[in-house]
Design a protein around this ligand. Structure first.
Ligand code: HEM
Length: 136
C-alpha cells in the first residue's frame, strides 16, 4: 500500500467510526443477502459479531503502517478463521459486502481512490489470513 492509500483508508474509516454499530449490521445483512449459506456459520447474536469485526477493523486501520504489529495479529486471526470453517473463496464475498457497506456509509466520500485504497488494504489483510489458515 502507498502512504496515500493508507491515509485514505484511515481518513475514511474515521468517518464510518461514529456509525460503526449501524455499519456492522449493514455489513452482515449484505453478507447474508449475497450468500445465505454463510448465516449458520455465525452465532445467533450478529450484534456482538458486528462489534468484534469493527473492533478488529479499527485495529487493522490504526496499524496499517506498522506491519510488525499488524501481521502477527492478522495471521492468528486467519488461523482461527480456518477453524470456523472459513474457505479462501469466502473472502471475496466478505470483500463485496465490506465495499458495499463503505459505499453506503461514506456516500460521496467513497471516491474511486478511497475504494482502491480499501481494496489494497483488504487484499493485504485477507492474503495474510488465507496464508496463515493454509499453514495452520
Ligand atoms: C479481513 C477479513 C476479516 C476480519 C477482519 C474478520 C474478523 C473477525 C473477528 C474479529 C472475529 C471474532 C473471533 C476471533 O477474533 O477469532 C471473527 C469471527 C468469525 N468470522 Fe471473521 N473476519 C474476516 C473475514 C471473514 C470471512 C471471509 C468469513 C467467512 C464467511 C468470516 C467468518 C467468521 C466466522 C464464522 C466467525 C465466528 C463467528 C461466531 O463464532 O459466531 N470472517 N471474524
Amino acid at each position: 500500500m502507498t502512504p496515500d492509500q493508507i491515509a485514505a483508508v484511515k481518513n475514511s474509516f474515521a468517518l464510518v467510526a461514529p456509525i460503526a454499530d449501524k455499519a456492522g449490521l449493514m455489513f452482515y445483512a449484505k453478507l447474508f443477502e449475497l450468500d445465505p449459506s454463510l448465516r449458520p456459520m455465525f452465532a445467533d447474536n450478529v450484534e456482538e459479531q458486528a462489534g468484534k469485526l469493527m473492533h478488529v477493523l479499527a485495529f487493522a486501520v490504526a496499524n496499517l503502517d506498522k506491519a510488525d504489529t499488524l501481521i502477527p495479529a492478522v495471521q492468528a486471526l486467519g488461523a482461527r478463521h480456518g477453524g470456523y470453517g472459513v474457505k479462501p473463496e469466502h473472502y471475496g464475498t466478505v470483500a463485496t459486502a465490506l465495499l458495499d457497506t463503505l459505499a453506503t456509509g461514506l456516500g460521496p466520500a467513497f471516491t474511486p481512490e478511497v475504494k482502491d485504497a480499501w481494496i489494497a488494504a483488504y487484499t493485504t489483510l485477507s492474503g495474510a489470513m488465507i496464508a496463515a489458515a493454509a499453514k495452520a
